[in-house]
Design a protein around this ligand. Structure first.
Ligand code: C5J
Length: 232
């Protein structure tokens, strides 16, 4: 990004205080908006979860994605999943709980959370476009065992606008990992979702508590309003 856009600071009303970022050093992070988690009939629903709790994030996230693309932000999508032979899936993760279906089992959308399967991929509404980064991650955090930190460093990214699912699991883990690595994270409250509304609201509170112990929290409308003048 060159010219005045590169130097422009964007100020977003947020909790616990205003969040300031420069588009040239900011990435939009879209975490695990995969069919296995979001589609009716998929893995998430097979675990007894209400996918509408996640699907309410799709419309605001589409608006944020469009604005980020228009403003020239780095865009990163992540997908949780494993190699077909499950060699990157710790046995403890595979065995966890007593689900009807486990990672690697055949599901309605192919083998569950396996790379290359239809269900592992990102929902059509938020499909990545050319030039956007897609990070495959075996863990809950987007930094663990991935190339994310290096790719962000190559692009001089220091600020992350964080979206996706689920609030208290992969979003929280990623924000904590990012915070420890020195990134400043703004979590967009209506663009992250949990199957459990209570975990969602408490998860957001935890991020902004104690003066923003892990980051900042804002509504996407406030980000869009702040970003609008930066859009060519
Ligand atoms: C979970 C995720 N909840 N993306 N994954 O297993 O949050």
């Amino acid at each position: 990004m060159n010219g005045p856009e590169a130097e422009r600071s964007v100020r977003v009303p947020a909790r616990p205080a205003t969040y300031t970022f420069e588009p040239a050093t900011t990435a939009l992070l879209v975490i695990d908006m995969q069919r296995d988690f979001l589609e009716p009939g998929g893995f998430g629903e097979s675990l007894g979860n209400d996918v509408t709790q996640l699907r309410r994030t799709i419309a605001p996230l589409r608006r944020v994605l469009a604005a980020a693309r228009a403003a020239g932000l780095t865009v990163v999508h992540t997908r949780e999943g494993h190699l077909p032979d499950l060699s990157d899936c710790p046995p403890a993760k595979l065995r966890r709980g007593a689900p009807r279906q486990r990672i690697g089992d055949p599901g309605r959308f192919g083998r569950i959370l396996i790379r290359g399967e239809y269900g592992h991929d990102i929902i059509d509404e938020l499909a990545p476009v050319g030039g956007e980064l897609v990070i495959d991650k075996p863990g809950k955090g987007a930094f663990y065992a991935t190339e994310l930190d290096g790719l962000l460093g190559e692009r001089s990214v220091t600020s992350l606008l964080v979206t996706g699912v689920t609030t208290e699991v992969c979003v929280h883990t990623t924000v904590r990992e990012a915070n420890d690595r020195g990134y400043e994270c703004l979590v967009l409250a209506d663009c992250v979702g949990s199957y459990f509304p209570r975990f969602h609201s408490i998860g957001l509170e935890m991020i902004a508590a104690q003066g923003g112990i892990f980051g900042w929290v804002a509504d996407s409308a406030d980000l869009l309003a702040a970003l609008a003048p930066a859009t060519p």
